[in-house]
Design a protein around this ligand. Sequence first.
Ligand code: ADP
Ligand code: MG
Length: 225
Amino acid sequence: MVKIKGLYKTYNYKKNDAFEALHNVTIEIEKGSMTAVIGKSGSGKSTLLHIIGCIDTFEKGSYKFMDKEISRMNSRQSSFFRNKNVGIVLQDFALIESYSVVENVMLPLYFSKGKFNKKKLREKAITALKAVGLDNLSEKSVNKLSGGQKQRVAIARAIVNNPSLILADEPTGALDTQTSAEIMDLFHKLNEKGHTVIIVTHDLDIANQCDSIIEISDGRIKTYN
Ligand code: ADP
Ligand code: MG
């Protein structure tokens, strides 16, 4: 599903404060798999996830998603592509605190192509909230929720367009052990339903629950033979 070959990512490319965050990265992620990305803080995990999720670009190498070359797309094409195929749970949730739960989950639907009616979008959002066990809180304001509940809202928003690929950046990083286990159960369930899942984590217990582990160190993929 994801084929990355010889990819380089440099922040502030060609400027004097340029910083190479990814160096010659080659990875493959199979459809239907659940993969963990691990590595120390600053190793490039989030950068790699953002590139896979088409929210960041790279200067060299190839990235094919379902055999489509992402680097050949312009930004309009890649955001349309992302909205259709990828759901991303960012490290800091990135929810709108003053909006209700259901309004947050509806947001990505407004960016989809075609005509929409608000009632239909709402139904879609409620379906996503059911999948994460939060439909009973749909009208509540996000700023009244616990960390675990916010994480569920972020996951509901990521799955509302039924993406084939779900990306999550340290989804359990700020949660207690019990809540982390519940969130991981949720990712397992989504994976069983056929979504391909990639989780960035620095928790080895979580990584060990995945089918495969990709380790990054200083922007390079570590391989073990
Ligand atoms: P991780 O998620 O593994 O902690 P990141 O991918 O966030 O690591 O960052 C990798 C490296 O790139 C770090 O050294 C970080 O400081 C640097 N970096 C990340 N984002 C930017 C940016 N927008 N501009 C410049 N450097 C960045
Ligand atoms: Mg990070």
